[in-house]
Ligand binder design. Structure first.
Ligand SMILES: NC(=O)c1ccc[n+]([C@@H]2O[C@H](COP(=O)([O-])OP(=O)(O)OC[C@H]3O[C@@H](n4cnc5c(N)ncnc54)[C@H](OP(=O)(O)O)[C@@H]3O)[C@@H](O)[C@H]2O)c1
Length: 246
């Protein structure tokens, strides 16, 4: 199958790209600014599975025109797309009373509206194929985390978006699901997570550790597979047993 993954140049997205390639899929993935990191992921993918086709594209998911242009390019290059993983995301933390319009809008535009643009753009191809898998990347933050109102709202919004798609297109062979990571060791958490939230996690997570990005890849390839054909409109936590943050 052909996967399309946004934000595949680093962290969880890169792990999803590499796991998909290992599982025998071709992958188109995007990066926003990190061209060198994207090239490195392409090289790692080729080393893992030289026979697979893997290609990266520059894309800012906040622009629907860019999403349309890149999607057309991907469809030209790969002929079709079966599995779409809108994974690109950012956080800009602040208390609600101090949060600026820009901080709110940037996070919503990237995490929620960007994911909507991606899903909308590929749905017509999936409807034509009478097959498709959309796997959104939410967060345990969807439940509401102090200092992350913009991020929490964006990640909760993805669940509503996914459920609506699951209902609109379930009869066309398309499933839409959400994976909801806990605390993974990536640039996002290294740079944007408070020490108190890290301490909370290590104290209360039953597995007493943070997750490695590779621990996300398997659930995505499973949800994309025939084995997951009747899983639709679900939220799958990948969180070591802790689905809450203060
Ligand atoms: N890490 C965690 O513990 C955790 C927990 C819950 C949920 N998540 C979610 O998992 C996803 C991946 O997170 P991560 O930790 O792997 O993040 P990360 O290491 O910061 O990587 C973010 C990726 O998104 C891309 N990106 C950012 N803004 C973009 C935009 N406007 N347009 C297109 N691409 C953009 C980045 O591209 P460039 O590098 O090229 O700019 C990068 O590839 C996010 O949706 C995040 O909210 C993560």
């Amino acid at each position: 199958m052909v996967f399309f993954v946004t934000g595949g140049s680093r962290g969880i997205g890169a792990a999803i790209v590499l796991e998909a390639v290992k599982a025998g899929h071709d992958v188109a993935f995007t990066y926003r600014g990190g061209a060198d990191a994207a090239k490195s992921v392409e090289e790692q993918a080729r080393a893992l599975a030289p026979e697979r086709k893997v290609k990266s594209y520059q894309l800012d998911v906040k622009s629907s025109a860019d999403v349309e242009r890149v999607a057309d390019q991907v469809l030209d290059d790969f002929d079709t797309v079966h599995v779409v993983v809108p994974n690109a995301g950012i956080n800009i933390n602040n208390l609600v009373v101090r949060m600026t319009d820009e901080e709110w809008n940037d996070v919503i535009a990237t995490n929620l509206t960007g994911a909507f643009y991606i899903a909308r753009q590929f749905l017509s191809t999936m409807i034509g194929n009478r097959f498709g898998r959309i796997i959104f990347v939410s967060s345990l933050g969807a439940g509401g985390v102090s200092g992350q109102a913009n991020y929490s709202a964006s990640k909760a919004g993805l669940i509503g978006l996914s459920n609506a798609i699951a209902k609109e297109y379930g009869n066309r062979g398309i499933t839409s699901n959400v994976v909801s990571p806990g605390f993974f060791d990536t640039d996002m958490t290294r740079e944007g997570m408070s020490e108190s939230n890290k301490d909370f996690w290590l104290k209360h997570c039953p597995q007493k550790r943070i997750a490695r990005p590779e621990e996300m890849g398997g659930i995505v390839t499973f949800l994309a597979s025939e084995k997951a054909s009747f899983i639709n409109g679900q939220v799958i936590g990948v969180n070591g047993g802790l689905d809450w943050a203060p």
